[in-house]
Design a protein around this ligand. Structure first.
Ligand SMILES: [Zn+2]
Length: 264
């Protein structure tokens, strides 16, 4: 534990990403939609993140079924925009214990924001997912596996996927009009620290995704499209786009809206 925290502290110093310099703007809290009553999927699953171009989405309802949970308190189930419902998420106390304490004084936001940084309490065990579960869609163009394969490759066995970010990723994909590739989804606190992620990175809470841009023009196009979504936060182009050989877009649903910088 001590070693890990040493690492985390170091990462905080050198880490970049998602607005730790951004001031709390004190905007209104977002309304959390009620979870939908939809058929239950066997506990656990997720699917792989093949590219969204494949297979048209079988099951996105015409009207959104309501998604959730989007914020703490966490529960043992999650319902995605597609209607895919995962129940039986389990506790992993050793993992929950690795989350930074939002009351530690290091959270760069007002104390009213601390509740959005409650450690994740229930996780999807990705080793329990069948291949067919991984192929199920969380949204029209995104398979569960697209959210699973990245943390799995990073060595994480337990993950969390927020339904609201799955919705926003799909809405951005719809606006873009073509396949989008997720390059980062859930990160365990240990993995996030190892790669120098922000100390309170939303990736640890399952409500952040990074999206690949093929070049700066595409990155700015995605950025500007994403500004029209009700996403909580877009990381600034200076952090993710400008001067980067491999630009990306970071969006997250931390639970309240920060002022996302304009581009031009
Ligand atoms: Zn990110």
């Amino acid at each position: 534990m001590k070693l890990l925290w040493g690492f985390v502290s170091l990462a905080f110093v050198v880490g970049c990403e998602e607005g730790k310099k951004i001031l709390d703007q004190g905007e209104e809290e977002r309304v959390v939609e009620e979870p939908a009553q939809v058929p239950t999927e066997p506990a656990g699953g997720e699917n792989d993140g093949s590219d969204d171009a494949i297979a048209p989405a079988p099951q996105t309802p015409a009207s959104s079924p309501g998604i959730g949970p989007t914020d703490p308190p966490y529960t043992t189930e999650v319902t995605f925009p597609s209607g895919l419902h995962l129940a039986g998420l389990g506790t992993v106390s050793a993992l929950t214990a690795t989350y930074p304490d939002p009351a530690s004084g290091l959270l760069p936001f007002a104390t009213s924001r601390q509740r959005h940084y409650a450690p994740v309490e229930y996780f999807i065990d990705i080793r329990s997912l069948s291949d067919s579960q991984r192929e199920r869609r969380v949204a029209t163009n995104f398979k569960l596996n697209e959210y699973v394969r990245i943390p799995e490759r990073n060595g994480d066995h337990h993950i969390y996927i927020d339904a609201e970010i799955a919705l926003h990723a799909q809405q951005l994909r719809d606006a873009w009009g073509g396949p989008l590739v997720l390059t980062s989804t859930f990160r365990s606190p240990e993995y996030n620290a190892a790669i120098g992620g922000a100390f309170f990175s939303r990736h640890m809470y399952g409500d952040a995704v990074d999206i690949k841009a093929n070049n700066e023009t595409m990155a700015f196009d995605l950025y500007n499209l994403a500004k029209f979504l009700e996403v909580s936060f877009l990381d600034a182009p200076e952090n993710t786009i400008v001067g980067r050989n491999t630009p990306w877009l970071h969006i997250d649903d931390r639970g309240w809206s920060l002022n996302t910088p304009d581009t031009r």
